[in-house]
Design a protein around this ligand. Structure first.
Ligand code: FAD
Length: 290
């Protein structure tokens, strides 16, 4: 299926659950962790020529993989595609770089603008594609240029005026994000590090521990509190099989060892219906489903 030059990069039937925060889901028929742009392009070219769908997994903090897994090629960006560099007021981060590396390296280099994203799990690629953020601010507003790869294997550069960011979405969702360049402003490194730590501590107090099997079930609806909506619909602690909404951290679902993706989907659908009936608000699911 793949040429001999790529063979050593490919693993067949790779379990995806260990890559996901929820730790559930099936296997990838083919899996590769490219470490250079050339490898990434070649993998995409050959997978597309073979008619295989291509997916990218970042930190797995916003992903629900069904038991059937992915009958295609799953990519996990590493090496050069996961590095963070700074030059002047520009921070360049590989799509596979952990977001917290970008946040902490920006502060250390005296670059302001990412501190408030401290504590958001996942990769830079996952954050930019989904335009992750906090109330009234998101990462897309910092992006000045992206280096992407089309599923055909063709690399491209997109400038700020070609990028569209909406609430937890962007026009990059069909592309593979190899590198992101962000425009930041100058600041005092010690002060930025203090702000970053304060944000991190605040965030940790409002979200489950990082070793828990959790996910943010819904996009925070604008103008309403998810906790209030769940309470009003009697869904604050709703459960389905081995999956339950967290009573302590509203909007987060937590799964037990024997949970499966269908239970997660059943619970989120039930909650969405109940909230709509009770409040007339259509919650949007946050998790990407494979
Ligand atoms: C405890 C907890 C707290 C959270 N807090 C927040 C928060 O405050 N704000 C917020 O916005 N979100 C939050 N989230 C949701 C999640 O962390 C973000 O959506 C995060 O940006 C997802 O990044 P990821 O790398 O984990 O993506 P993944 O889960 O790996 O993937 C999600 C989607 O992004 C795509 N993707 C990933 N990398 C790439 C790439 N390089 N190129 C193209 N597509 C890619 C995947 O294909 C998939 O469709 C939270 C989640 C948890 C579990």
């Amino acid at each position: 299926m793949f040429s001999s030059s790529l063979a050593e990069l490919i693993t067949e039937n790779k379990p995806l659950a260990p890559f996901c925060w929820l730790k559930i889901g099936g296997n990838a028929r083919f899996f590769a962790a490219p470490s250079t742009l050339d490898q990434l392009c070649q993998l995409c070219t050959e997978a597309t020529q073979a008619g295989l769908p291509i997916r990218v997994i970042g930190g797995g903090s916003n992903l629900l993989v069904r038991a059937a897994g992915v009958d295609g090629l799953v990519l996990h960006l590493t090496g050069e595609l996961a590095e963070v560099k700074t030059q002047g007021n520009t921070l360049s981060a590989g799509g596979g770089a952990p977001l917290h590396d970008a946040v902490s390296q920006a502060a250390a280099a005296g670059l302001a603008g990412l501190e408030e994203f401290a504590g958001i799990p996942g990769s830079v690629g996952g954050a930019v594609v989904s335009n992750s953020g906090v109330t009234n601010d998101d990462i897309g507003s910092r992006v000045k240029r992206v280096h992407v790869v089309h599923r055909s294997g063709e690399p491209a550069v997109m400038e700020r005026d070609q990028l569209q960011f909406g609430f937890r979405r962007s026009n990059l969702e069909d592309l593979i994000l190899a590198e992101v360049e962000m425009d930041l402003s100058s600041g005092d490194s010690a002060e930025l590090t203090r702000r970053l730590q304060a944000t991190w501590i605040g965030k940790r107090a409002t979200q489950p521990p990082t070793d828990a099997r959790v996910a943010q079930a819904f996009i925070e609806p604008s103008g309403s509190s998810i906790a209030d909506l769940l309470d009003a619909a009697g869904m604050r602690t709703a459960a389905e099989g081995e999956v339950a909404m967290s009573s302590q951290f509203p909007g987060y679902l937590m799964v037990n060892e024997n949970a499966d993706a269908e239970q997660v989907l059943a619970l989120t659908s039930r909650i969405m219906r109940a909230v709509e009936v009770q409040s007339g608000i259509q919650l949007q699911p946050q998790l990407k489903i494979w």
